[in-house]
Design a protein around this ligand. Structure first.
Ligand SMILES: [Zn+2]
Length: 56
């Protein structure tokens, strides 16, 4: 099994592994979390910082 990491800008994300397990909501307030059903990992990213060069 591969442990994929999903990046999201959402604080709360849902996972059902394409219907393979009951829908659960994962809180990413701390910046990351994982689904205890399928083991998928989620990382929260800041939407504002997306691919923007740093301003001096
Ligand atoms: Zn899952």
């Amino acid at each position: 099994m591969s442990s994929e990491t999903v990046k999201t800008t959402e604080v709360i994300i849902s996972c059902s592994d394409n219907g393979q397990h009951p829908l659960v909501y994962i809180n990413l307030k701390s910046g990351k979390g994982s689904c205890h059903y399928c083991g998928r990992k989620f990382v929260r990213v800041e939407a504002d910082k997306e691919a923007k060069p740093k301003a001096a």
